[in-house]
Design a protein around this ligand. Sequence first.
Ligand code: GEK
Length: 246
Amino acid sequence: MNDASYRDAIFSTPLDRVASFSFDEQVVACFPDMIRRSVPGYGQILGMLGLIARRHLRHGAHIYDLGCSLGAGGLALAGTLSPGDFRYTGVDLSPAMVSQARETLAAEYPDHHLTVVEGDIRTFDFRPSGMILLNFTLQFLAPGDRQAVIEKLYEALEPGGVLVLSEKIVDADEADNAWRVERYHDFKRANGYSDMEISQKRTALENVLQPDTLAAHHGRLARAGFARSLTWFQYLNFASLVAFKE
Ligand code: GEK
């Protein structure tokens, strides 16, 4: 994705007080490495975006990628679709992410219509769109803000539009949840993270990332008006849903 990316070593030394996780310059520099080694199925989810768009998107329609980070969603779509097929707007709250995403997208796909703007999806004024990506972003909003955002996205979608929602999830069943979390930590260990890195990252994300159950996600989508939603992908405690507006 980004050859200039550094290896994520943010939590590799003992920290007296582990600060809350934030999307600053330090994270931007190693983000592609971090997300690939930390999110099971990240690459597979990205790989399906263009295929889902091909089936559901009207030619030339607009796509939002909310909490776009370095624009991986835009890169994945542009890798599958032609410049005339879609227009893309990535939105992210972090200025460091936005400037790097702009640079990468312009360098990789100069002929596609790819824009990145700085903004907060809780207050953003959305334009009508055929597809909205919300990949691993809703989980960073306060739980009380999530329903209103999903309702705004439902309103912004054109009839026939689709929302792709990917999230870290939690199991309602404690034993099932514990098994998935333990195997997730094994996954991270197998990807080169030490026990100290895993535990410090866990502390940094406490309160910053509060996952919902799959049932809570489907319920929220239904309350917002989506006619149908389904979980199309799950890998341990990470899942991706697709929701359809009639
Ligand atoms: C990817 N989708 O690579 N408004 C806008 N952006 C926000 C907000 C907000 N209120 N809160 C957090 N963010 C990406 C990965 S990362 C997931 C998404 C992760 C942004 C935040 O700045 C960060 O860039 C992104 O959401 C979450 O497919 O790091 O686990």
